[in-house]
Design a protein around this ligand. Structure first.
Ligand code: SF4
Ligand code: SF4
Length: 301
């Protein structure tokens, strides 16, 4: 199913220390609204079934985002908005926003929560936003971004104590978090497959990965092209037919790392995106994997 993270604007009202949505892409860009609508209509035509409005803080352009959500609804596209909940200051105010979202056809609200977000937004805002969703019947979940350190325990407890539906999500060491000291992890030898939903920036660049993919500055491995000179269908086809992307989806990054020569013991000390960066943001390793992609595809049990 074709899905996309839609970066209508990279502007945000807060400055989280861990923000991955900064770096190579300027943080004050906004898409032209008329162009955004054309893109949505075109995406519906080529079979896109889900759009997540993310990037900066979508609620900074609430009226415009509502119009885009409404258009998606008319086009049969599932919609999600990712927000830091700054707007949910009281249950009453929060109800007003959520009622408007529901009326315009939003399918799901994803509430970001972490020790970094909550330095700027009161944690009760997330409770208010979730409460409005529950009262008004809008699907929601809390995305609990964590580095799995002990300091995150009270935050996890807060979410539990308020009965919120939450899912822990590892912080990505890119953007502002690139300067964080990566934790030492020792996981099982897990596959590390990735769905790889594309990400569209306000400047109409499209990347094959919506998370850390725009930060691979040495190889631009995930950059698919720009809608100013390439059609949307062509960019989707590019991400669906690239052999290495497909191996990330199906084989997983762990096996690719082993194939590329990394020791199993070392592989288990890296997070998925770190491993991915080691392989695909290295011009030499990428060139080798591209040259040996047929042998890699046959590297099965
Ligand atoms: S993580 Fe989200 S809320 Fe925080 S600065 Fe980045 S875009 Fe804004
Ligand atoms: S592992 Fe690679 S493809 Fe998957 S989210 Fe991280 S950077 Fe993107």
């Amino acid at each position: 199913m074709r899905k996309l993270a839609f970066g209508y604007s990279t502007r945000c009202n807060i400055r989280c220390e861990h923000c991955v949505a900064v770096g190579d892409i300027p943080d004050n860009r906004k898409m032209d609204t008329a162009r955004a609508k054309e893109i949505i209509v075109e995406m519906a035509r080529i079979g896109v079934k889900g759009i997540s409005f993310s990037a900066g803080e979508p609620f900074l352009y609430f009226t415009e985002i509502l119009a885009l959500v409404k258009l998606c609804k008319q086009m049969g596209i599932y919609t999600r908005i990712v927000t830091n909940s700054f707007w949910a200051k009281t249950p009453e105010v929060s109800d007003t926003f959520v009622a408007a979202l529901k009326e315009n056809g939003l399918c799901q609200l994803r509430l970001s929560y972490s020790k970094w977000h909550q330095k700027h937004v009161h944690q009760n805002n997330v409770v208010n936003a979730a409460g409005s969703c529950q009262r008004l019947g809008l699907n929601y979940f809390v995305s609990f971004v964590t580095d799995f350190s002990i300091e995150d325990d009270p935050h996890e407890l807060f979410l539990r104590n308020h009965g919120l539906k939450f899912f822990p999500e590892p912080v990505i060491y890119a953007g502002r978090a690139a300067s964080f000291k990566p934790r030492t992890i020792l996981t099982d030898y897990q596959a590390n497959c990735c769905d790889m939903n594309p990400y569209l920036t306000p400047d109409l660049d499209m990347y094959a990965c919506c998370d850390a993919g725009s930060h691979f500055s040495k190889t631009h491995f995930f950059h698919l092209g720009n809608l100013k000179d390439t059609g949307i269908e062509q960019l989707f086809t590019k991400t669906e037919t690239n052999r290495l992307y497909n191996l990330i989806r199906t084989m997983g990054i762990t096996t690719i790392a082993s194939f590329a020569g990394m020791k199993a013991r070392e592989i288990t000390t890296h997070s998925k995106c770190e491993l991915c960066k080691k392989l695909f943001n290295s011009p030499e390793t990428l060139a080798r994997l591209q040259a040996e992609v047929s042998r890699l595809e046959a590297w099965t049990r």
